[in-house]
Write a protein that binds this ligand. Structure first.
Ligand code: SAM
Length: 312
């Protein structure tokens, strides 16, 4: 059966037997900032240290919340089942709460919101259809809303060029920010902006730590980079920056301890060296630091050092 990539990925990832409906999935197949270091969540918490509630959207195994040192109410929103052994102070839900007063984090969530793929032909853009084994063929023209999105956010000029239609992610970001009465929302993800869209798109698969061809049969993750600028535009007041700049503004600098400490206090030196390594990974220019951050705040003050460096 031939279906669009959005429908195929929705089923492959989130149907009852889908890739993400098994506990433990994200960490088994790839490494995110959450796995790289607990310093990631701790830094984000500095955006709203007095948050009464912290919501992790697309929480995976709940590692980010489990590592936080806070008295706030903690809620993981995740389609996968609650992992065994997760601390009882973390609530688990499959749907977003109606409203939030606090801090919302969505790390590598937007890229897993399925999108349609189009290819430009001599007759205009055509939807790419896919079968369960990953074979593709071209279908009809996309609908008017999708064509308008392409024209605005991902103009196609060359026959054979591909694009992923980011509208479902724009809607997801607008929906998420719209639920926050007071607080801060951060989405961190790999992405691109209109100046540098990938010519052939970025749809791909991940399985057991390796990048693989995307096959929508539930055996692998299916993901595509996020058109971060269009997401940002869906909620006025959203700032778009890099993880490197955002985390540096929150005090994650990756600075190595002085060698003097190695002489006077070796255990401290080792601790600080390890921390510097973790920080370095979170802000590395060609790695996690190059991720984009969408930041939205409402009715609360962001830390001065952060606002001064990031135009929020
Ligand atoms: C790439 S993983 C990231 C997990 C975790 N945030 C991390 O950084 O390790 C994306 C997660 O988002 C979840 N997810 C995607 N769409 C969702 C939705 N609409 N509601 C709840 N969870 C969702 C998936 O099940 C998956 O566990």
């Amino acid at each position: 059966m031939w279906v669009s990539w959005r429908a195929a990925a929705e089923r492959a990832l989130y149907a009852d037997d889908g890739f993400y409906r098994h506990a433990g999935q994200p960490a088994r197949h790839f490494r995110t900032s959450v796995h790289a270091s607990p310093l990631f969540g701790a830094a984000i918490l500095r955006l709203m240290p007095d948050a009464p509630q912290i919501v992790d959207v697309g929480a995976g195994n709940g590692e980010l919340l489990a590592a936080l040192d806070t008295d706030a109410r903690l809620l993981a929103v995740e389609k996968a089942p609650r992992p065994a052994g997760l601390p009882g102070r973390i609530s688990w839900a499959t749907e977003l709460p109606e409203s939030v007063d606090g801090l919302v984090v969505a790390n590598e969530w937007l890229d897993n919101i399925p999108v349609d793929v189009v290819e430009l032909t001599a007759g205009g853009p055509r939807l790419v259809l896919v079968s369960a084994d990953g074979t593709e063929r071209l279908g009809d023209a996309p609908g008017p809303d999708d064509l308008a999105w392409l024209e605005r956010w991902w103009p196609l000029t060359d026959v054979g060029q591909r694009a992923e239609i980011g509208r479902p992610r724009d809607d997801a970001w607008a929906d998420l920010t719209g639920r926050v009465r007071r607080g801060v929302v951060v989405a961190a993800d790999y992405g691109h902006t209109i100046e540098a869209r990938p010519f052939h798109g970025s749809l791909t698969g991940y399985q057991n730590g390796c990048q693989v061809s995307p096959v929508p049969d539930g055996s692998c993750d299916i993901t595509a980079h996020v058109a971060l600028d269009s997401c940002a535009a869906s909620t006025p007041g959203t700032a778009l920056t890099t993880q490197r700049d955002a985390l540096r503004a929150l005090g994650i600098l990756g600075a190595r301890p002085s060698v003097e400490v190695a002489r006077t206090d070796p255990p401290r030196y080792l601790r600080e060296l390890r921390q510097a390594g973790e920080e370095g990974e979170l802000i590395s220019r060609d790695g996690l630091g190059s991720f984009g951050w969408l930041v939205y705040s409402i009715d609360t003050c962001l830390p001065g050092a952060f606002s001064a460096r990031i135009a929020v």
